[in-house]
Design a protein around this ligand. Structure first.
Ligand code: NAP
Length: 299
């Protein structure tokens, strides 16, 4: 029997959760991974390499049933994604289940910019995480929040800042405002290190690199070997006004959430004041240049 405590991972079939499972295995921890009923055999097979036990369930299951899924795991990691029914209510249910099962620690699905510095309305998806945090007040579990800034993958993809066809890198705000950036794999490695560190507590902040948009542009050029034009879209205040304009024009906030994330960053409001990287020197985060070298589309 393994001496390392077992870690429960919800959201194991997701982008970050899958990598958290792999990072835990790499760091020698046995994992119990929650998969929803109906998960494809391919996805299940991809997860079951090493000391992984799959349990079926959903965050909306009754807490008693979810507690059986948590079983003898000592730490519960949530890497789920979804609306308030998942992030607020589902995670509250998972916390209750973890308490019932006798787990000691809970790592919520935060993985963002510094959400402790934001206000309601700055970013509706972060509002749900702040509501989830408020709902955890009084829990007997030790809650440890892991923050990573923005994923490299998101900065070079979802945010639509890098346009390989047009040959541009676009940005809002001051090009010299520092931003906290981390790859998905390094966020997973830090999360696993936190989960296996009995002394970890509170909110821990990590960044693969802290770069301004000017430095981001240089790193993307270095990594891709291409010359790209840095294009200024407007000030942080103009970005805020653009978000308000779009919010008035649609009922679907997902149409402007990428802009809300950018505003939290380029305004400097959600910038980390300090980093906890030094706590885990065994994690050697990838540079953005190396990340882009490995992932940029071939010319
Ligand atoms: N900082 C950043 O730049 C950044 C970027 C992206 C994401 N994130 C954060 O990282 C975390 C994970 O995001 P992700 O992109 O990895 O998400 P994802 O790929 O969409 O995966 C979401 C996971 O949640 C599971 N899930 C959803 N509803 C559930 C429920 N009711 N019960 C049980 N499991 C449920 C999904 O299961 P199924 O596979 O069954 O659907 C899946 O495993 C989130 O907190 C997200 O905000 C941060």
């Amino acid at each position: 029997m393994s001496e390392t405590p077992k870690i429960f991972v919800a959201g194991a079939t997701g982008l970050l959760g899958g990598q958290i499972v792999r990072a835990l295995l790499d760091q020698g921890a046995p994992v119990r991974a929650l998969v929803r009923p109906g998960t494809s055999e391919d996805k299940k097979r991809a997860l079951t390499t090493g000391d992984v036990e799959l349990v079926e369930g959903d965050l909306t299951d009754p807490a008693e049933r979810l507690a059986e899924a948590v079983g003898d795991a000592t730490t519960v990691i949530s890497a789920v994604q979804g609306g308030p029914e998942v992030i607020v209510d589902g995670q509250a249910n998972l916390l209750r289940a973890a308490e019932k099962a006798g787990a000691r620690r809970f790592i919520p699905s935060d993985f963002a910019v510094d959400l402790t510095k934001l206000d309601d309305g700055d970013n509706f998806m972060i509002d749900w995480r702040r509501q989830a945090a408020a709902a955890r007040t009084g829990t007997s579990l030790d809650v440890v929040s892991v923050l990573n800034g923005a994923f490299y993958e998101v900065m070079t993809g979802f945010m639509e800042l890098v346009d390989w066809e047009q040959g541009t890198v676009s940005h809002w705000g001051d090009p010299d405002q520092p931003l906290d950036l981390t790859s998905v794999a390094d966020t997973a490695a830090y999360t696993a290190a936190v989960a296996l560190d009995p002394a970890a507590t509170g909110t821990l902040r990590f960044a693969g690199e802290v770069l301004s948009m000017r430095q981001f542009h240089e790193a993307v050029q270095r990594g891709s070997g291409r010359t790209l034009r840095l294009q200024h879209l407007g000030s942080a205040d103009e970005l805020r006004a653009e978000i308000a304009r779009r919010a008035a024009a649609t009922d679907n906030p997902f149409e402007y959430v990428a802009l809300q994330y950018q505003w939290c960053m380029v305004s400097g409001k959600a910038k980390f004041d300090n980093l906890d990287n030094a706590r885990y020197p065994q994690v050697k985060p990838q540079s953005l240049t190396d990340f882009v070298r490995a992932t940029a589309p071939a010319r």
